[in-house]
Design a protein around this ligand. Structure first.
Ligand code: F6P
Length: 323
């Protein structure tokens, strides 16, 4: 009988639980013994590996976060750390590992797979910056949280004729900011992929004010050259030029804590099931993702060596629509 373990690593993302549930139940259905590793790679190194039955993953599909716990683990970046993890798995007779996570986590999965251990990745991060999946688990829910914030801010901004800088997560990727900004009809969007001159944003805000707009929303990605704090400082100095009074809201981890929407539950379920399927077929060292609506397996070396592009035409469109 095969013993397969699953772990979640890096930043948690809504829909991770759906993936865990699908992995455990499809694995059991294949006659395997299933195990959960607590607290990501840190737990793998310290041997926090517990058996998981069908009932253990009941009632979790609607919950945000990860029932297994997650961590960012520096020790696993070293060969010594990975060797300790391999020893722990060997001692428990684990013959395969499924890693649910984003860039750092899949780099760890790749390194483990290069050491000869059968690993399959599942694409999950709210940042949507992982090569090998057009959309990753958690993005949709995080985007909806950001969108709800924009909608709410617009209400109070209009009442007070204010501009709001809303900072959203995404690390070095502007996907969340761009898409939430478009869906929320933002007056300006600032992302790391394209340098935006604060002067230009100030002029756009002034134009919006002079054109009689009751509010202005500027969505700023945390990784943009000028983040919300930088922009707020700039606008403080040039306040009279904006017309609007300014307030700043940083969404931070609120974006990660949402209950997964239907898309993330279904994506998590599909990718989780595809991961056990892939292991069964002996197709290891791959990342399960979704490309052009199809579930795909991309070799982990290709995943870690490539950077995902953002369609900047959407930023140009957003500028036109903000008029
Ligand atoms: O990668 C997901 C993410 O939420 C990023 O958007 C953000 O920059 C980072 O994690 C925050 O990390 P932590 O939860 O460790 O503070």
């Amino acid at each position: 009988m095969k013993r397969i373990a699953v772990l979640t690593s890096g930043g948690d993302a809504p829909g991770m639980n759906a993936a865990i549930r699908a992995i455990v139940r499809t694995g059991l259905d294949k006659g395997w013994e299933m195990f959960g590793v607590h607290n990501g790679y840190a737990g793998l190194i310290s041997g926090e590996i517990m058996p998981l039955g069908a009932r253990d993953v009941g009632g979790i599909i609607q919950k945000g976060g990860t029932m297994l716990g997650s961590a960012r683990c520096r020790e696993f970046e070293t060969e010594e750390g990975r060797r300790k993890a391999l020893t722990q798995m060997e001692q428990q007779g684990i013959g395969g590992l499924i890693v649910i996570g984003g860039n750092g986590s899949q780099t760890g999965a790749y390194e483990l797979s290069r050491m000869g251990f059968p690993v399959v990745g599942v694409a999950s991060t709210i940042d949507n910056d992982l090569y090998g999946s057009d959309i990753t688990i958690g993005v949709q829910t995080a985007m909806d949280v950001a969108l709800e914030a924009i909608d709410r801010l617009k209400v109070t901004a209009s009442s007070h004729h204010r501009a709001f800088l809303l900072e959203v997560m995404g690390r070095k990727c502007g996907y969340l900011a761009l898409m939430a900004g478009i869906a929320g009809g933002a007056e300006a969007i600032m992302i790391p992929e394209q340098k935006t001159d604060p002067e230009v944003v100030a002029a756009d805000l002034r134009a919006a004010y002079d054109n009689g707009k009751a509010h202005a929303i500027i969505v700023v990605a945390e990784g943009a050259q000028n983040n919300a704090d930088g922009m707020a400082q700039y606008f403080q100095i040039h306040r009279e030029r904006l017309g609007f009074e300014l307030r700043v809201t940083k969404l931070g981890h609120v974006q990660r804590g949402g209950s997964p929407g239907s898309f993330d539950r279904i994506l998590g379920t599909q990718l989780g099931a595809a991961a056990t399927e892939s292991l069964e077929k002996g197709n290891k060292g791959v990342l399960m993702g979704m490309i052009k609506g199809e579930i795909t397996a991309t070799p982990l070396d290709v995943v870690v060596e490539n950077k995902k592009d953002l369609d900047l035409r959407l930023l140009e469109l957003a500028k036109v629509l903000a008029k």
